[in-house]
Design a protein. Sequence first.
Length: 316
Amino acid sequence: MSGRVLVAGGAGFIGSHIAEAYLEAGWEVVALDDLSRGKATNLPAGVELIRADVRSSEARRAVAGGRFDVLNQQAAQIDVRHSVDDPGFDAQVNILGLINMLEGAAEGGVRRVVFASSGGVLYGEAATIPTPETAPNMPVSPYGVSKLAGEHYLRALGALRGIEGVAMRYANVFGPRQDPKSEAGVVSIFVSRLLAGEPLTVFGDGTQTRDYVFVKDVARANVLASTVALPPVTTHESRAFNVATSREMSVLELADAVGRATGRKPEIQFAEPRAGELARSSLDTAKARRLLGWTPNWSFDQGLEQLVGWFRGGCP
């Protein structure tokens, strides 16, 4: 099954891979992006680009008047540290921007909204690792709070406006097109710095863990979530799915892996831990396997090879 989809944030790192995956699956794809982080060159041929901020009336009109079957909402403020420094801006983009797009979707008769949430921050310091969707929501950063609020708006406004909402709770996504200047992309930062012969900065003692999932696997999960039959809404997390590998990797292990992939021995400089960061994070994907028919196809090393190749190719 295919249709017509608007990918908000479609010129960004994850959004452009999602646009590509929809296109390959036979969808008609339109991307909406303000290009504050995204690049028009990230988009494949055949994808129309609308330049607009998700908080704007232009964006709302675009989704309302575009005859879309699906809105895929990837546009967001993605930096945990920036959310700590400026929680108001984080809320404007991640909450008010989402509400604006949801209202446009309702006006335009969009049947389903797929929303980029974050399992990496939603559960806080979880008692169970890998963490299932049913774990308590205890975000420790404003970014996590805004993503949780977004899920609640998606569910509540969806019920009120007749929209099916799906929340995709990403682990730490990595791959080609990830900006090494963004604090949200540690894999890309490490690759960029090692290839430039620069030391790696590790905040804290480096034992903190994350669950790294390759961007093409994330894109495929989004396409599946656009058409699959959804369970009834009986709890907040009924239509939320972890998108991850269920494997933990410490920051020091990550540095070693990037060193092997680049052929460079990492020089590590330790710095003070940063506020709002978790000690451990890994997500249980049993629900996505069962209801979406999704499992990750790419191993970490395979994805890392793709990322290193992209950097060595000049990062187009």
